[in-house]
Design a protein around this ligand. Structure first.
Ligand code: AQP
Length: 338
């Protein structure tokens, strides 16, 4: 089923990142680098999901700064504002408006089963707010408001996408074909999950308090190398991808993302060499890969007016499509049209 008009036969892609911390190589290799490859083949909506970020307490001035930095990060990583709508979620009110409607079509039981809610409730036991609980409904609104066909998601977000699909199907079964039922976008290449350098069984997260666990997109070369030198490995000495070697596996994944080399090539390159040489090589490869991004980021951040113009334009383009979907939903559910 397709609820999109005037999209030249191209499918619609939607994704977003929370400005809940500084961008790191997890968000770059795991999300942004893949989004860049979609630009020519799809109609793309990429947002900075500030409304999701406030489910955890944020310092207002830091949130404002990070929102702009994530926007600059999107462009510095290669997203072209001419080819995709880049915008801030709160600048398109239809997301929140649709989320309220969808809250009435999402069940308490299904939201209670969301593993991210359980994890975040444990991490923020002093602030288990209703927004944290209904977070996946807002996410469903983000997707369904554009009638997105495809959502590039990491393994951690599959459960939320499944819920968006369930809500879309439930709504459509009452009101007819209103929403496109979204599919996960699975890239042809194996998508990378980048893990913490200090706890390699855990995903690298923007909000990790341990500075040595994450490599920020805008870390200096010396700091990047230092962080890799301190990365947790194991008592073996061989650089090889194997079960039980989470730390080395993670470093191999990062090196592979930074250089394009396969695991076999990496194993051959470091055969007979120790972890010290390997960690240094990973640090240098990552610093080299990030250098052009950092340069572009600096230029973008020095022209705030231009950045704001891009976000305003993106929000207008997004609103045009979003408002159309919202009007249809309001009509279907019986809100008075005047
Ligand atoms: N470490 C990662 N490896 C691979 N993909 C990742 N993503 C994030 N971290 C990694 C992918 O980036 C997209 C945006 O993520 P998000 O900002 O919505 O939030 P998140 O997944 O909750 O990221 P964080 O860094 O862990 O944020 P906090 O710490 O605030 O909760 C998603 O597609 C995600 O899969």
């Amino acid at each position: 089923m397709d609820n999109n008009i005037n999209n030249n036969g191209k499918k619609i892609v939607l994704s977003g990142i929370q400005p809940s911390g500084d961008l790191n190589i997890g968000t770059y290799f795991g999300a942004l680098k893949n989004w860049v490859k979609l630009q020519n083949d799809y109609i793309n909506y990429f947002c900075i999901v500030d409304m999701h970020a406030i489910t955890v307490r944020q310092d207002p001035s830091v949130l404002r700064r990070r929102t702009l930095e994530v926007a600059a990060g999107y462009i510095a990583c290669g997203l072209d504002p001419e080819k995709c709508a880049l915008f801030v979620q709160s600048h398109v009110p239809a997301h929140a408006q649709l989320a309220w409607v969808l809250n009435c079509y999402a069940m308490f039981g299904e939201l209670s089963r969301m593993t991210q809610f359980k994890e975040k409730s444990e991490q923020h036991s002093d602030n288990i707010n209703a927004g944290l609980f209904t977070y996946p409904v807002l996410q469903a609104a983000d997707i369904l408001i554009y009638n997105a066909h495809l959502v590039p998601v990491g393994a951690d977000q599959k459960q939320h996408l499944e819920l968006s699909r369930d809500i879309a199907v439930r709504f459509n079964s009452v009101y007819g074909d209103v929403f496109t039922v979204p599919e996960p976008y699975i890239s042809k290449e194996k998508s990378a999950k980048i893990c913490s350098l200090q706890e390699p069984a855990k995903k690298m997260s923007k909000s990790d308090k341990n500075v040595n666990a994450t490599v920020l997109l805008f870390d200096k070369k010396d700091d990047i190398i230092k962080k890799f030198k301190r990365a947790v490995t194991d008592s073996d000495t061989a650089v090889r991808f194997a079960e039980g070697k989470d730390g080395v596996n993670n470093l191999m994944t990062i090196y592979s993302c930074a250089t394009g080399k396969s695991y076999d090539e990496i194993e051959r390159e470091f055969s007979g060499k120790g972890y010290g040489d390997f960690k240094l090589a990973v640090g240098e490869a990552v610093a080299d890969a990030l250098m052009p991004i950092q340069k572009k980021f600096g230029e973008l951040m020095s022209d705030r007016t231009e950045l704001e113009k891009i976000l305003k334009d993106g929000a207008q383009r997004a609103s045009r499509r979003a408002d159309r979907t919202l009007a249809k939903v309001y009509k279907k559910i019986g809100f008075l049209q005047i």
